[in-house]
Ligand binder design. Structure first.
Ligand SMILES: [Zn+2]
Length: 479
């Protein structure tokens, strides 16, 4: 064998051995945690209390006149009655029209934990519920009704934990703040007011936890076990309007290339030129965490994810609509408008684009690219509204370790995987005052249960609700 070839073989053998070592080391990262302590928590009682809160129809609306303010006032009163020990230790602030901000003073002045929820719910109109959406019925180990998960379930899990600890005379090591918005579902002011108040008080949260991911199973290829998906960031969003104006005239004497045709061409260009795929560090972190928990074939592939970024990107982009949305900016044409009359040429044709912006891009860069893709000076590209992607929260600090440890205390088998939320949430406002804002609901939920969020037959299993309360107890006790 010639020396060069021999050397080549040696290098190749070395690379194969290194790859094999890499795969062998590519295992779930051990987490240091105590078993969870569920002391004082009463699953049946918390189910009844959640049921009662579901029966108070705190439906939010963009039309202030349509909001049942009495229901919101009743909700706040009932909360104080249902959780007497918690309300003995909590200092309460009501902000704006009814956002709740509670402080549980801790033993030290260390930066606090902020637990977020919201107590408004989306409407039920036009949905085919199999029973009364506001029954709050508890049957066969399930609590039924609007808000069972989103997000009265989260609020109840937090308050049950605080109630049980306060009853024991426990005092947390740091302050614990509980922020519950009254208008989250209509992108209202509740969370912004809470952030403004904390800022005014000079509070820099150590860890902020809001709704978002959950503990799921069977969602990722090659991963059979439970996965706790924790949102580290949110995509940006923008409403963008494409419009073309034209002299118009009677439809009996059209001119080729009129407003509707120009607009249609622009829409097709946008549709045919998807935004570039980008595997950001959060997606890479997700693949890393999932890969370690995957079956051997997937594990061997995912162990090299960082080296295979471009390949990974194209695999994810083809792996279905949700996976595709993780790796690129998406633009959906949601509205088209032409002439109001059937026999009159459009003087203005308009398309609305609902755009979700990937990390690393901005509203400005997105519009700039859309203009290039449309490539037609006759088409006006206008931003109706928009927000850049949120910052990415840290995973290399004690706050994330505390979160991971609480997850593993309650779900010992679960892999903890970071992800990027494709929807916008209230948590983004807290990024202005904390670098550790996580979006995670400590409930194990099935695909069907997740699909009922904002839809008919929303419900939560009592054992999932109970585990959520155990999670919050653990998190608070270990601050
Ligand atoms: Zn929600």
């Amino acid at each position: 064998m010639r020396p060069a070839l021999l050397a080549g073989c040696a290098v190749a053998a070395g690379a194969v051995a290194a790859a094999a070592r890499r795969v062998a080391r590519f295992r779930p990262v051990p987490v240091d945690t105590d078993p969870a302590d569920a002391g004082g928590l009463d699953a049946a009682g918390m189910a009844e209390r959640l049921g009662e809160l579901i029966r108070i129809p705190t439906v939010s609306s963009r039309d202030p006149g349509a909001v049942d303010r009495a229901a919101f006032a009743r909700f706040r009163e009932r909360l104080a009655e249902l959780y007497p020990h918690a309300h003995r230790v909590l200092e309460l602030r009501v902000l704006g029209d009814g956002a709740l901000l509670h402080r549980w003073p801790g033993r030290t002045d260390g930066d606090p934990l902020v637990l977020m929820a919201h107590h408004d719910v989306v409407p039920v109109d036009g949905q085919a519920w199999s029973g009364d959406p506001f029954s709050g019925r508890v049957a066969d180990g399930v609590v039924h009704g609007r808000g069972a998960i989103d997000d009265k379930g989260s609020l109840v899990a937090v308050l049950e934990a605080v109630e049980s600890l306060a009853a024991e005379g426990f005092v947390p090591a740091r302050d614990v703040w509980i922020s519950s918005g009254h208008d989250e579902e209509v992108a209202g002011e509740g969370a912004r007011l809470a952030v403004a108040e904390l800022r005014r008080l000079g509070v820099r949260p150590w860890l902020v936890l809001d709704e978002g991911g959950a503990v799921v199973r069977g969602v990722f290829p090659g991963v059979a076990g439970q996965v706790a998906v924790v949102g580290l960031a949110e995509k940006g969003r923008a409403g963008i309007e494409l419009s073309v104006t034209d002299p118009g005239g009677h439809a009996s004497a059209p001119v080729p290339g009129g407003a509707t045709a120009r607009l249609a061409r622009a829409v097709l260009r946008v549709d045919r030129a998807p935004f570039p795929v980008r595997v950001d560090d959060v997606v890479l972190g997700m693949v890393d965490a999932l890969g370690r928990a995957a079956t051997p074939g997937y594990r061997a592939l995912f162990a090299h994810a960082a080296l295979l970024r471009p390949l990974l990107g194209s695999v994810l982009a083809r792996a279905g609509r949700e996976a595709n949305a993780l790796v690129r900016t998406t633009a959906a044409v949601t509205q088209l408008e032409g002439s109001r009359a059937r026999n009159v040429l459009a003087t203005r044709a308009r398309a609305h684009l609902d755009v979700r912006i990937a990390l690393g891009e901005t509203v400005a860069s997105t519009v700039e690219r859309l203009r290039r893709v449309v490539d037609d000076p006759a088409v006006e590209v206008r931003v109706v509204d928009g927000e850049d992607p949120s910052p990415v929260s840290r995973t290399d600090n004690a706050a994330f370790a505390a979160l991971t440890s609480a997850v593993r205390a309650v779900y010992p088998e679960a892999a903890v995987a970071p992800y990027v939320m494709v929807q916008a949430s209230d948590a983004r406002h807290f990024c202005a005052i904390s670098d550790s804002v996580y979006r995670f609901m400590p409930f194990d939920l099935t695909r069907e249960e997740l699909a009922a969020l904002h839809a008919a037959d929303e419900r939560i299993r009592v054992d999932a609700l109970h585990r959520g309360a155990v999670f919050h107890r653990h998190l608070i006790r270990r601050l």
